[in-house]
Design a protein around this ligand. Structure first.
Ligand code: B1M
Length: 232
């Protein structure tokens, strides 16, 4: 028999459903997140709105409480898994925009860092905008990036770092590209919560991208600029 207090997600109005999804994400409830994601899509929400308003904003609350020592790694892992299950539903929808091919990007999280939600989101949004994306996953050494640049010949190299201890590794990769005379062959975009514009400039990236939407816009602009250059 159903518990009297059981919350029926499909009976909640949109605003309450979104708040409930924030709670469910906080509690790491994968199935509820999947159900909420499907309900919002059925109600005509765009995949982008579901992603940003229900999932990403919910993850922000988790992040704040992780920072403040209210949540710990095991709980945050459950939240991350719930978030990923919602993203799995949205991924094909975000990629299905029929946008013309814009270029190719190799992206990965840097060595020592296993955070991948933001990087996955960037990859999804880039695909949705018409870029071909090769995702190298997490914990990438400079050798792995170089190997992928060589075999995939992308227009863009994207790097993600979520830790202040791993963000300097982006400079290691960029410096290696410079040493090998390859730096100008690629547009280098960097992102991740602890970065900022100044850091992006200091390490020699073409741009720092605050979020996935900025990554898409920046990539479009820089690829277009490169294609319009004489001799390109
Ligand atoms: Co970690 N963690 N974590 N964590 N974790 C942070 C990053 C932290 C800020 C939490 C905190 O203290 N508030 C903190 C870092 C502190 C610091 O360095 N100053 C931290 C820590 C300390 C750690 C551990 C060291 C904890 C421990 O073990 N004691 C450990 C490190 C493990 C390692 O990597 N070696 C750790 C582990 C974990 C989990 C495994 C539990 C889990 C990761 C699960 C996973 O990713 N599969 C986790 C999580 C989930 C987080 C928080 C809570 C959320 C990150 C996230 O997914 N955000 C995070 C707190 C926070 O960021 N506020 C935290 C949602 C995502 C959509 O946003 O990743 O910022 P974000 O991505 C955005 C933009 O940044 C940008 O676009 C994205 C989409 O809009 N972007 C890019 C990101 N990458 C880009 C690349 C681009 C462009 C844009 O390329 C072109």
């Amino acid at each position: 028999m159903a518990d009297d207090d059981e919350i029926i997600l499909s009976e909640l109005p949109d605003d309450e459903l979104v708040l409930q999804m924030h709670d469910d994400l906080y509690d790491g409830l994968k199935e509820e997140i999947e159900e909420g994601t499907r309900i919002l899509l059925d109600r005509g929400w765009t995949p982008y709105d579901v992603l940003t308003k229900a999932l990403v904003s919910g993850m922000k609350i988790v992040g704040d409480d992780f920072r403040d020592g209210i949540l710990f790694v095991p709980e945050v892992l459950l939240s991350a898994n719930a978030m990923k299950s919602g993203m799995t539903i949205l991924k094909p929808l975000l990629a299905e925009t029929g946008a013309p091919r814009m270029g190719k990007m190799v992206i990965g999280t840097v060595k020592g860092d296993i955070h991948d939600i933001g990087k996955n989101l960037v990859a999804m949004m880039m695909e949705g905008a018409g870029f071909e994306v090769v995702d190298l996953g997490i914990n990438n050494s400079v050798e792995k990036y170089l190997e992928a640049l060589d075999s995939e010949t992308p227009d863009i190299l994207g790097m993600s770092a979520l830790l202040t201890t791993t963000m300097p590794y982006m400079k290691v990769v960029i410096d290696t590209l410079k040493e090998k005379g390859m730096r100008e062959d690629y547009i280098v975009l960097v992102g991740g919560a602890p970065l900022n514009e100044e850091f992006g400039k200091a390490i020699g990236a073409d741009a720092y991208c605050r979020d996935a939407a900025v990554a898409v816009e920046t990539a479009k602009q820089l690829v277009a600029r490169r294609h319009n250059q004489p001799g390109a």
